[in-house]
Design a protein around this ligand. Structure first.
Ligand SMILES: Nc1ncnc2c1ncn2[C@@H]1O[C@H](COP(=O)(O)OP(=O)(O)OP(=O)(O)O)[C@@H](O)[C@H]1O
Ligand SMILES: [Mg+2]
Length: 284
């Protein structure tokens, strides 16, 4: 096909030899199948900030590290330079997350770098070479759903161990190849330790997976992986091979309720005794 304008610089630099076809036109990016030498790869071309819902980005960017202070100030001010920097941070966030997750034992497309707002990565395919379908487009047996859900929970846990929460995990951002689920679409990945919304995002990610696989394996609908993971993470006990159960031990809240009830009872008894003393005193 005709080379899209945004990919031309990569052609000029010899990073891409041919654009084969457009795979998908998403809200935030256009995705192409490209040829690099004798390898077929995937090129994700980010759309401009104006074409994306940029307000939403604020929630995700909280706590994102910007090393250069001039850059941090510019981003705060929202100046033109700032917006350009924010855009770069956003785009680099996905390639950074891909590298970090690949080395943390999470299956993601292998990244080849991000150049001029174009992310080059492995094209996820099935064994026949066809582009892998999204999780939302495949059906499965109950056993398969349970198995894949367990794999996904391990991936979410490993991401958390690497300090990352996906933030937009759903059946549309997971591909399925012959070996199982592959996590994609990470530009909004958040820093688990620095972002105040991290726990809420982790919970939403885990709920999405639970509800999706739960359609095929209803037994999953009672599991509580998000709470289990977050509690362990906060206690510093989470590690990449932790054997998650999806069950949560009764926490102290219940005990606290009992303690409060005991206190109320004691206060009522005390008040009764006080009234009784007054009554007795009045009678004397
Ligand atoms: N590495 C890949 N291999 C195969 N297909 C891919 C790959 N990356 C993306 N895709 C396809 O392109 C689609 C869009 O990619 P992605 O989710 O990363 O971008 P997006 O702009 O955020 O899309 P959306 O707004 O639809 O979520 C995916 O749903 C998937 O079908
Ligand atoms: Mg997506």
């Amino acid at each position: 096909m005709k080379t899209p304008k945004r990919i031309q610089p990569l052609m000029d630099d010899g990073l891409v030899d041919e654009v084969i076809s457009r795979l998908m036109s998403g809200k935030e990016a256009d995705v192409f199948i490209v040829r690099c030498g004798d390898e077929i790869r995937c090129a994700k071309v980010y759309k401009d900030a104006v074409k994306r819902s940029f307000k939403k980005a604020a929630q995700y960017q909280e706590g994102r590290k910007v090393r250069n202070s001039r850059r941090a100030r510019a981003m705060e001010k929202g100046s033109k330079f700032g917006r350009k920097q924010q855009e770069d941070t956003w785009q680099n966030a996905e390639v950074d997350a891909l590298y970090r997750l690949a080395s943390a034992g999470v299956r993601v497309p292998k990244p080849y770098g991000c150049f001029d707002g174009v992310l080059l990565m492995e094209l996820v395919t099935d064994d026949a070479g066809d582009v892998a379908p999204r999780l939302g487009d495949v059906g499965m047996t109950e056993d398969q759903a349970e198995e894949d859900h367990a794999v996904m929970m391990q991936y979410v846990m490993r991401m958390l161990c690497a300090g990352i929460v996906h933030g937009d995990l759903s059946e549309f951002n997971v591909l399925v190849d012959d070996y199982g689920p592959v996590v994609i679409d990470l530009p909004q990945a958040v820093d688990a330790a620095a972002n105040n919304n991290a726990q809420a995002m982790l919970t939403r990610d885990v709920e999405n997976m639970k509800n999706y696989y739960g359609q095929y394996a209803p037994g999953l609908l009672n599991t509580q992986y998000a709470k289990e993971m977050w509690d362990l993470y906060e206690e510093g006990e989470l590690h990449p091979e932790y054997p998650l159960t999806g069950e949560c031990t009764e926490d102290d809240d219940d005990a606290d309720v009992d303690a409060v009830l005991e206190e109320i009872k004691a206060a009522l008894a005390e008040e009764e005794a006080r009234l009784e003393r007054i009554r007795v005193a009045n009678e004397e």
